[in-house]
Design a protein around this ligand. Structure first.
Ligand code: ZN
Length: 95
């Protein structure tokens, strides 16, 4: 005798996806993106926000030691092209 399939589990609430911010001028949702940074050999990576003013470093181009670095979210308005950028502190990095 076949067994009835188990009841479908209740749908779990979707983890809170970050809501798209609205363009202050157009009141339409912004499109998520990121700022491209090309490194050695044009290796693609996402740009980061770095604490403080840029200071030259002979070996690395800019001094980065000991500075807070955060990934940058860049949002674009599809209507007017405005860019809004955010550098949220990750929860694990709370200090
Ligand atoms: Zn806009």
């Amino acid at each position: 005798m076949s067994t009835a399939p188990p009841p479908a589990p209740a749908p779990e609430p979707t983890p809170a996806a970050p809501a798209a911010p609205l363009c202050a001028a157009c009141r339409v949702p912004l499109q998520r993106g990121f700022m491209l940074d090309l490194g050695y050999n044009d290796q693609a990576r996402a740009a980061e926000w770095v604490e403080g003013a840029p200071q030259p470093s002979f070996w690395r181009g800019l001094q980065l030691d000991g500075r807070l670095r955060l990934p940058v979210q860049s949002w674009r308005c599809p209507a007017c092209g405005l860019l809004a950028q955010y550098a949220h502190t990750p929860p694990a990095e709370a200090r």
